[in-house]
Design a protein around this ligand. Structure first.
Ligand code: GLU
Length: 432
């Protein structure tokens, strides 16, 4: 089965299960499962035709919100699954947003900067009539970044100015137009702290969980030197590793799409990133402190990283990487889902039953969209906050999200934070 379809079926199954347990009416359940609008787009860049999507799942709690990904495996089902998860994620994080997602079927690694600029603008021309700061607010996702947001927002503002010749061009109007996209570069209205936000939010949630576990009689966990393996060394995985390391966790393995490294004494995430920039991959980067040396570690496969006997496993790359084929080999006690949908439904059930504690994606990686909201808020109110202020607000919001899910989950026999997160989210969505 294609991975997008599998992901969509899992997302829909858990909504159905949760909504039924909450005894919601059938029409209401159907509206939570089916998206409000599916935009399937065919657009041209020069002579090349691209296929893309923008799927607006639900806007009960506020404007649609969610990233845009550029990836060869993008499909309607995948984007729909991700849009559905955004609805749940925004509700879990307590944000005044609904959920959406966009995607273009393309391998951006094969495009040069000019072609990427053209593609980003063409995609915006295809979606500009149904997005807006109070309608639908896109952001970065897999393979998209602040630079791409800059091209997109520039194209969007141009379009709006063309369509409405009488539109004011003052600062306030421009700020509000720019609020249509988040994850922008700082000089055009981006927020300090947005780049690190997903990783930072994940570390806040993990810390809150560890505090609870240390005080719990049921779950025993040694108090220091907890080991961590992180799959994926992009924006999310890197900042997670860096900030977790700063909090005293021992990162022993990291990977990217080209390979993984194992440094048993614990690696230095920043030095490893510098090495990756030089080599183009983390493979071969065995970096302790400020020194990288062949004697410190070894190269392993990205698949075997998942099976290491670590305390905490962090899949921060793509979906469905923990599945029926490897679930029995997973040895971690805690898994933090920093990617969207990295664990399949079967594997989730198996691991939860085994006693593994899983922090679900809709909670673990909600720091990104939370700081997107703080960026949007600053744009809408003409404010610019310091990085400390943003980080402190993020911490408070993440803690609040965590405790509401933890309290809900505490009533369950097996500690199933995912089931609890969906319950909290759906209660909030239908209450509105
Ligand atoms: N793409 C990120 C996510 O999946 C961020 C979305 C946003 O900031 O709107 O949560």
């Amino acid at each position: 089965m294609n991975t997008g379809r599998k992901m969509l079926e899992s997302a829909q199954a858990i909504i159905l299960k949760t909504a039924k347990s909450l005894k919601l009416a059938n029409e209401l359940i159907e509206r939570l499962i089916q998206p409000n609008v599916i935009h399937e787009l065919n657009f041209s860049v020069g002579k090349k035709i691209y296929k893309g999507f923008r799927i607006q799942h639900n806007n009960n709690l506020g404007p649609y919100k969610g990233g845009i990904r550029f990836h060869p495996n993008v499909s309607r089902e995948e984007v729909q699954a991700l849009a559905t998860l955004m609805t749940i994620k925004c509700a879990v994080a307590g944000l005044p947003y609904g959920g959406a997602k966009g995607g273009v079927i393309v391998d951006p690694k094969k495009l040069n900067e000019n072609e990427l600029d053209e593609l980003s603008r063409a995609y915006v021309r295809a979606i500009n009539t149904f997005i807006g700061a109070e309608i639908d607010v896109p952001a970065p996702d897999v393979n998209t970044n602040p630079k791409i947001m800059e091209w997109m927002v520039d194209e969007y503002v141009k379009r709006i100015k063309n369509q409405k010749s009488k539109i004011k061009t003052d600062h306030e109007t421009l700020n509000k137009l720019r609020a249509t996209f988040t994850g922008k570069p700082i000089d055009i209205g981006g927020s300090l702290g947005r780049t690190e936000a997903t990783g930072r939010g994940g570390v806040f949630i993990l810390k809150a969980l560890l505090n609870k576990l240390r005080n719990s009689k049921v779950y025993s966990l040694k108090s220091n030197n907890l080991t961590v393996a992180v799959q994926g060394y992009g924006n999310v995985g890197y900042y997670f590793a860096k900030l977790a390391h700063e909090q005293g966790l021992k990162i022993i393995s990291v990977s990217d799409s080209k390979g993984a490294v194992l440094v048993n004494d614990g690696l230095d995430p920043e030095t490893t990133m510098n090495c990756k920039k030089e080599k183009g991959t983390v493979a071969g980067c065995y970096c302790k402190g400020s020194v990288c040396d062949i004697r410190y570690g070894k190269t392993i496969s990205s698949a075997s990283l998942l099976e290491l006997p670590v305390d905490i496993l962090v899949p921060a790359a793509l979906e469905n990487v923990i599945n029926e084929t490897n679930m029995k080999k997973i040895k971690a006690k805690i898994i933090v889902e920093m990617a969207n949908g990295p664990i399949t439904e079967e594997a989730y059930e198996y691991l939860t039953k085994k006693g593994v504690i899983i922090i679900p994606d809709v909670l673990a990686n909600s720091g990104g969209v939370t700081v997107s909201y703080l960026e949007w808020y600053q744009n809408m109110h003409g404010e610019k906050w310091s990085e400390d202020k943003v980080n402190e607000k993020l911490r408070l919001m993440m803690d609040k999200a965590f405790y509401s899910i933890w309290d809900k989950a505490s009533g369950y026999k097996a500690l199933d934070l995912k089931q609890a997160a969906f319950e909290v989210a759906i209660e909030r969505i239908v209450k509105k």
